[in-house]
Design a protein around this ligand. Structure first.
Ligand code: UD1
Ligand code: CA
Length: 486
């Protein structure tokens, strides 16, 4: 086995020019996502993790969309355009032509629509390929139903002799259950020479990459198969039912992974975790939780039930209950929900609280500050230790522009306030209930903006005589008479 620190150079070719007709989509097949990544991204992540030095992607159908996604993931990937799909062998010819220099060492061929294929499998394939000193190593698998796949043909000694496409196979050959995954490792020099002489004399009139096996055997070069037990990793996606099946399987692998890392997942079936999510130990995920994008959750935090977080950075020992959030930050020991809506730019400080039926957007809420009930906080900065009363609206929008509100440290604003931005409430200031704050409040002041209350005695007896209200009022008056006890 090669233990040399100078492992030979590896060039990856990712085939992604096919049409994906059965997806019935305006979006390119390889751009459909599972676990928060498009299939083409899964393919690029897998090859990157296997230590390749150069990657070429072959694009064709929906090539603008596909190329854009590839470049967004990694601008160094070389794009090769295959306008007409003349087969996997033709696609590889085009990939080789797109490189400035002929590749050296090993070429790894993979597909853009096989999303469960892991870096580890590719690394094992490369190791096996090198260790066995082969010219070509196919990644194969045994399937209960091999229909449609190319079959691995072996001689009496078990040596691989050819790959036969289903459409070209005899009944005998079709009974073989070992299939070609399509993924293979091949010597770069051999590949170049072998694909240049492929012929399309087969049932589909295509240039088959798989014909290089027969060529190698004919030249007496060593070929073989690396058999993969985990058949999910060889499965391609052709329709949306397969996409869902593989999506659930990948999710189950991700939930299993996080459980082995010390995360409690009460119901893995209803918990969805994207590939790029990071969870610390002793995180607890309650049923119905979706952690999406680049969400990060710190030690000892509990999320859920029924919570969706996308690109949210959650600190340690946080509780988030029945919440929908995106592009937000929640500090250590903070609490959120139930029924909170964290919009982009919501940033809750350590030990702070965003409570029930509270929506927060583009606002910094300081350490220990609380917005406990029924509020909208938009474009605001709230200082540490401040408490915002129930039912407060930060009126940030004048119909044309957005403005900011600043509330200082350790302020106490009362229930049912409206802060008409731009406005500043000073450190340690108080406000009265029901006040609309249109002017700045100095530090330490009490702002009262409501008209003084006036009681008109006997109004109900006057204007609503004989109603149930009148009777209740009379009864109250009598009861007061009795209990006053004279
Ligand atoms: C291919 C293999 C078959 C294998 C199967 C595994 C060949 C001849 N056959 O068959 O042995 O069992 O994959 O799924 O290689 N593609 C291009 N350009 C082309 C043709 C294909 O980029 O001209 C891409 C497709 O987008 C896809 C991949 O190559 O990602 C495989 O193409 P597909 O048509 O699915 O190959 P199969 O005929 O199923
Ligand atoms: Ca296929």
């Amino acid at each position: 086995m090669s233990t040399s620190p100078h492992s030979p150079q590896v060039t990856a070719i990712v085939l992604a020019a096919g049409a994906g007709t059965r997806m019935k989509s305006n979006r390119a097949k390889v751009l459909h996502e599972i676990a928060g990544r498009s299939m083409i991204e899964h393919a690029l992540v897998a090859v990157a993790g296997a230590g390749v030095s150069t990657t070429v992607a072959v694009v064709g159908h929906d090539r603008d969309q596909v190329s854009e996604a590839i470049t967004a993931y990694d601008p160094h990937v070389v794009h090769a355009v295959q306008d007409i799909q003349r087969g996997t062998g033709h696609a590889v010819q085009i990939a080789l032509d797109a490189l400035d220099e002929a590749p050296e060492g090993t070429v790894l061929v993979t597909y853009g629509d096989v999303p469960l294929l892991s870096s580890q499998t590719l690394s094992e394939l490369l190791l096996d390929h090198r260790a066995a000193g082969r010219i070509v190593t196919i990644l194969s698998a045994e399937l209960d139903d091999p229909t449609g796949y190319g079959r691995i043909l072996r001689d009496g000694d078990g040596a691989v002799t050819a790959i036969r496409e289903h459409k070209d196979a005899s009944d005998d050959e079709r009974s073989v259950r070992e299939i070609n995954s399509g993924i293979l490792a091949v010597d770069a020099d051999f590949l170049r020479h072998a694909v240049s002489s492929l012929e399309a004399n087969n049932a589909q009139g295509e240039l088959y990459l798989t014909d290089i096996i027969g060529k190698a055997v004919a030249e007496g070069r060593p070929v073989g198969a690396h058999v993969l037990e985990d058949v999910w990793q060889t499965e391609g996606v052709n329709d949306r039912a397969q996409l869902a099946r593989l999506g659930r399987e990948l999710n189950s692998r991700l939930t299993d992974h996080w459980m082995t890392e010390g995360v409690t997942i009460v119901d893995p079936q209803t918990t969805w975790i994207d590939s790029a999510v990071t969870l610390a130990t002793d995180v607890t995920l309650l049923p119905g939780t979706q952690l999406l994008g680049a969400t990060v959750v710190g030690v000892g935090s509990t999320i859920g039930p029924d919570t969706t977080l996308r690109n949210v950075e959650v600190g340690a020992h946080v509780t988030i209950v029945r919440t929908h959030g995106s592009d937000a930050v929640v500090g250590d020991n903070a609490t959120v929900g139930p029924f909170a809506f964290l919009r982009p730019g919501a940033d809750l400080g350590e030990g702070g609280k965003i409570g029930t039926f509270v929506e927060v957007k583009n606002s910094i809420i300081g350490a220990g500050a609380k917005v406990p009930h029924l509020s909208y906080v938009g474009d605001a900065e709230i200082g540490e230790g401040t408490n915002i009363g129930a039912g407060t609206i930060f009126a940030n929008y004048d119909g044309v522009n957005k403005h900011r509100t600043t509330v200082g440290r350790h302020a106490r604003t009362a229930s049912n306030n409206t802060f008409v931005a731009p406005v500043t409430i000073g450190d340690g200031a108080f406000t009265g209930a029901g006040t609309t704050i249109r002017e700045d409040v100095p530090p330490g002041a009490l702002a009262v903006g409501t008209a003084r209350q006036r009681n008109i005695e006997g109004w109900v007896a006057d204007r609503r005589a004989g109603t149930s209200s009148d009777k209740a009022a009379n009864h109250a008056a009598e009861t007061v008479g009795e209990t006053s006890g004279d």
